[in-house]
Design a protein around this ligand. Structure first.
Ligand SMILES: CC(=O)SCCNC(=O)CCNC(=O)[C@H](O)C(C)(C)COP(=O)(O)OP(=O)(O)OC[C@H]1O[C@@H](n2cnc3c(N)ncnc32)[C@H](O)[C@@H]1OP(=O)(O)O
Ligand SMILES: O=C(O)CCC(=O)C(=O)O
Length: 380
């Protein structure tokens, strides 16, 4: 486990649950919160109090667990949201406000000055109620950069602790993200948090770009759950930060498979088999050249040591196998093959793959062996 230098604020229980059709039961919310805390996630956004008494009870239940993670709730910049937030036993609130002209005008029917005045008022008000405040800049990626600087100044002057830069519609790429966050980083010493969406498949890349530009806080969700195409995936961003940049988060990545399964079941969203880090097939190898290389030395085809994320390599046989793989697979079931025998069996294995589109089982391998070498016997 690495020491934290980027604070992960996981929003599976807020933005993750905003995924259309997804709801978590009270028990599932507690199980997810416990699992995230056990993995070492420093912060989590646990809900939206103004949604009503049931949401508040669920938040209170998590708050009463005494988890080591810092908890945050989400609300709009308005009185009902703040009142509800103050009743949930959580003392850190992200107060969100649209900062792009399109949302200021066409969602709120307001203007930029109203936004600045509202930030000043509600940040102070929330602090007077005993809460630490993060200002959530909704649609920050479409905001006028100069106006965003005024937003951040206003938030800081009012006493906010953090500014969340939301790429609400997932429109950024890593280069633009880097420049936008760098500009803010140079202008303020407020904590900066990146909230990325995955509409163009770049949420993880944009989150990393924000970190490299100086954001010390990031939002993630388990399995990349979240509005539309989802948010930056916890498992991807954390693994990339650890692996590429040696940036610590305090998170033990070995917990990812377990948390990922838990959230997949609770959300009813299966994990794609090729999903980075946690997908069933992402450490599975069939191609002959790769398996041969891995058997000689795992480093030949291992960018990421699977044990570091709670996984292991799996070697399978199929249409693309080579003789080394066949000899290895038979050795694991106690049959030593000559290279000549392995080549013979490889043809049989390829035919099986083409006809059945299945990975052969140990029983299939024994049967192929007995068919190819009728005088041989297999010890069970
Ligand atoms: C980008 C994001 O992820 S933001 C988070 C979005 N999450 C959710 O919406 C999930 C939870 N939402 C809810 O339960 C409900 O929408 C509630 C309780 C928040 C509000 O419900 P309702 O009062 O019925 O309002 P409704 O959902 O129809 O409309 C939203 C209202 O919030 C206003 N609003 C939106 N953002 C903000 C903001 N940051 N600050 C102040 N008001 C806002 C809208 O203008 C609209 O008000 P209006 O009808 O007076 O124009
Ligand atoms: O303003 C915020 O807190 C961010 C809200 C959000 O989820 C988003 O904009 O995508």
């Amino acid at each position: 486990m690495t020491q934290p230098s980027v604070v992960v604020n996981d929003t599976t229980l807020r933005d993750g649950e905003q995924t259309a059709g997804v709801t978590f039961s009270a028990e599932e919310r507690i199980a997810i919160a416990r699992a995230l805390a056990a993995a070492g996630v420093a912060e989590m956004e646990v809900g939206i109090p103004v949604m009503g008494p049931e949401e508040c009870e669920n938040i209170l239940a998590i708050a009463s667990l005494g988890l080591p993670s810092r908890l945050m709730v989400w609300g709009r910049m308005c009185e009902p949201d703040l009142t509800a937030a103050a009743s949930c036993g959580v003392h850190f609130v992200n107060l969100s406000i649209p900062v792009s002209d399109i949302q200021i005008r066409h969602k709120l029917g307001r203007d930029r000055e109203w936004v600045l005045d509202t930030i000043s008022h509600f940040v102070k008000h929330a602090q007077d109620m005993g809460m630490d405040v993060s200002v959530g800049g909704e649609d920050a990626s479409r905001a006028d950069p100069d106006f965003l600087l005024r937003v951040v100044d206003t938030a800081q002057a009012a006493g906010a602790q953090r500014f969340r830069f939301a790429d609400t519609l997932g429109l950024l790429d890593p280069f633009i993200t880097y420049n936008r966050i760098r500009q803010l980083r140079e202008a303020t010493d407020l904590e900066l948090e990146m909230h990325a969406h995955n509409d163009l498949g770049m949420a993880t890349a944009n989150t990393l770009a924000a970190v490299l530009a100086g954001a010390g806080h990031i939002n993630t969700t388990v399995n990349g759950l979240g509005e539309r195409a989802g948010n930056a995936a916890l498992e991807e961003t954390v693994t990339a930060m650890h692996h590429l940049y040696n940036i610590g988060t305090g998170i033990d990545s070995c917990h990812f498979p377990e948390i990922s399964r838990l959230v997949s079941i609770a959300s009813g969203r299966p994990i794609p088999v090729n999903k980075s880090i946690v997908g069933d097939a992402v450490f599975t190898h069939e191609s002959g050249i790769h398996v041969d290389g891995l058997l000689k030395n795992p480093l030949n085809y291992q960018g990421l040591a699977p044990e570091t994320v709670g996984r292991s390599h799996k070697l399978v046989l199929g249409k693309h196998s080579g003789t080394s793989a066949v000899m290895h697979a038979y050795a694991t079931i106690g049959i030593t093959l000559t290279e000549f025998e392995a080549k013979d069996l490889l043809a049989r294995i390829r035919e099986h793959a083409v006809v059945t589109k299945r990975i052969p089982s140990a029983a299939d391998l024994e049967r192929f062996y007995l068919e190819a070498m009728p005088c041989a016997s297999v010890q069970s």
